[in-house]
Write a protein that binds this ligand. Structure first.
Ligand SMILES: [Zn+2]
Length: 324
């Protein structure tokens, strides 16, 4: 069987570095020419032919796998060979994955918006790493197979860059949206070679992700963080709509809440407080009103004049002069 020839190839910048993806999507409606596995018999579709996330095509996360390195024919590499073994050769036991990564080679076999067969969780969902949400490995995530036997620094590095690129592309977060195969199917210890240093791998993904955002997320000028706000809404649904629009446009964001009273307390008012408004009455006029009994007596008089923004002492001094 001849090596695969990509239908297209693209290079994407990831921080100061880049990735190159060879795209060879398994055709929609492609059918098996032989029995492949228990759920793909001769004549059956070789991939789910369905969109992620209830048909919306919007991925909820990225699932990272490991598969062992293999020896390959001269003139090619394991990423191409795994892709070819999957389709058209039908020798991968019914898996359908999005990306195969080996060293700097990346082959893409499913579109980002379509479902695969890789997580061994069927059509089930479980709780997500995002609070209050659910997620299915097959139903909702993009899969990456990092090809290595033992920890191969270059293959893991390319995988981390691809993860960062996909997080950015789909408005996902490095803090909540990167998954292990193990998360969806606890019986499978996968990605076997990355799991022992999973936290380091996540940190690497996040660093590449941050580099793509155009800077470091944890340093500011003199420790100051400048937050960008695009709106404030009384209905949470409206806030969520705006967030969805931002994410669709490729920006990351999040929702914070603040009560109106708290907002008012920190929002400068445009109207000057009454106490500093220019009094309309002169001291002499006020003194005469005081004498006429319009401002009460004693501490009541003092309070009312002060509250109205007048200088009580000046008024009282004038009153005393007038009454001499
Ligand atoms: Zn796996």
């Amino acid at each position: 069987m001849a090596f695969l020839v990509p239908d297209s190839t693209y290079t994407a910048k990831v921080g100061d570095s880049s990735i190159t993806v060879k795209v060879k999507i398994t055709p929609d409606g492609a059918r098996a020419t032989k029995d492949i596995c228990s759920y793909v018999k001769k004549g059956d579709l070789v991939k789910p032919n369905a969109k992620l996330n209830n048909g919306t095509g919007k991925p909820k996360g990225i699932t990272v796998h490991n598969t062992n390195n293999i020896s390959v024919a001269s003139g090619t590499n394991p990423a191409e060979q795994y892709a070819r073994a999957t389709y058209p050769n039908g020798n991968m036991n019914g898996v359908a994955v999005h990306y195969w990564v080996y060293k700097s080679e990346i082959w893409q076999q499913l579109a980002d918006n379509e479902r695969g067969w890789h997580a061994a969780d069927g059509s089930s969902r479980r709780s997500s790493q995002r609070a209050g949400e659910t997620i299915g490995g097959n139903l909702d995530t993009i899969s990456i197979e990092c090809i290595e036997t033992g920890s191969d620094a270059e293959s893991e590095d390319t995988t981390a860059k691809l993860v960062a690129y996909l997080l950015n592309k789909h408005g996902l977060s490095p803090d909540t949206d990167i998954y292990t195969h193990n998360y969806f199917y606890s019986k499978k210890y996968c990605p076997a070679y990355i799991l022992p240093h999973w936290k380091d791998f996540l940190a690497k993904c996040k660093a590449y992700y941050t580099a793509m955002q155009g800077g470091s997320s944890d340093s500011g000028e003199g420790g100051t963080l400048y937050r960008v706000q695009v709106g404030a809404y009384k209905k949470k649904a409206n806030a969520e709509n705006m967030l969805a629009r931002l994410k669709a446009a490729g920006f990351d964001g999040y929702i914070t809440s603040k009560t109106e009273a708290a907002t008012a307390a920190t929002t400068p008012t445009t109207t000057a407080p009454q106490a500093t408004q220019t009094p309309k009455k002169t001291v002499d006029e006020l003194a005469r009103e005081v004498i006429a009994g319009k401002w009460g007596n004693g501490s009541d008089r003092k309070k009312r004049l002060t509250d109205a923004g007048y200088d009580y002492s000046a008024v009282q001094k004038r009153v005393n002069e007038l009454l001499k």
